[in-house]
Design a protein around this ligand. Sequence first.
Ligand SMILES: [Zn+2]
Length: 450
Amino acid sequence: MGPETTAHLGLDDTDSPRGGCTTYLAALLLELLCELGVEWLDYPNLIRLNPNAPWKTRGNGAICLRFRCERELLDEVFARASELVAETAELWHENTHPGLVLLEGPVPAPVRLFAKKAIRGLVSVDEALKLCARYGARALGFKLGRGISGALAAIGETLVGDHTYELLAYRTPENRGLPRAVEARSVVEMDEATRPLTFNNYDPATGRVLITPRGPDPVLLGVRGESPDVVLRAFKMLRIGEPVERWAIFRTNQGTDAHLVRRLVRELRPHLPAIVRGYVIGSPRMIAGGHVIFSVSDGSGEVDCAAYEPSGPLRRVALSLWDGDVVEVAGGVKMGPGGRLTLNIERLKVVELAPKLLAENPRCPRCGKRMKSMGRGKGFRCPKCGLRDPGAQKVLVEAPRNIRPGLYLPPPRSQRHLTKPLRRYGLEKYGPPGPPRGEWFWPNPLRRRR
Ligand SMILES: [Zn+2]
């Protein structure tokens, strides 16, 4: 036995909108490394990066595998992983630029910071390559090699903060591209039996099943939840009408709001996720397509906030806001028409409601009927009894508010992977977890052989 070492293998940008999935490659790698005899330090990590990055792949998810093995095995690990990427990644696609990084030893602080930046902002391949060089990490890029930055970011996000789990199950090749045979009723039953410890299983308003993706990728389904045990239990409750090729449980930053960070309006830039706290300016307006726009000022500047049609009932709340309301708006920044920055709302917190004062015509002091204006500055007259009062003025009346302070999210069907669903509030967990226990991927080549 030679000297042992810990290692982190990061992987990103191997899929395309037409197929493939970086997590599938991770599941294959898992089995391969298992055969090579590594000792696992963690579940495979699925790290979602800034969902607003302009070059993001679907879902913008990167992978890291963390393990312990003999040092001399690392060459073979890296070579086998590179082969697998070359064979399996969707290299033909113009926007697929895979990257593979292998880092030895503990994760240095600057790599952890790099990960935070990749989740909350923008990073470059150059920055990633410099860090790889500084810490002696092996890096391999295919084509433009853009995936190297995601691969290093996945290594740097060690998930010591809040995290969740996802069990991902994959389809056999002959079924890929066909509708997924997962019985919807069993998804609802599973949700009822495991709530609140699983989330985003289906959309209550439409009944739409959310654990199955659409599209030709090899993912059959993904069950998201608070622990490895609960996602496995939930998976076993599902009635599935097609063969499952393999499955694996990932530890992830999904559903944790990891991308959101408080920023001042003047710090906002396109593609940055942000939380802005401020006052509503003026009144919200509905624009073509049913989208609702309102402006928020925090003293450093003013930004348009948009609740788009798919955000459903959240739009009603947005439309009911009023001048002076205190809100906390979270979402991704985009460059809107006319060079105005727009924050696309992913989460809306109504902190405090301002009194909604409306100017109304005075009532007639004689008969009580609402009076009519006789022209600007000329007072009012009563249409019923004819009383004229040249000195009468409009009166301010406090209108009832039809919303309450609170937290509002789009429906589950329109939530981002990183958005923390309402069900998770109060279930946050911290602290580094240990090595995986029990059943956590299948098939396990070692157990199969026994
Ligand atoms: Zn009157």
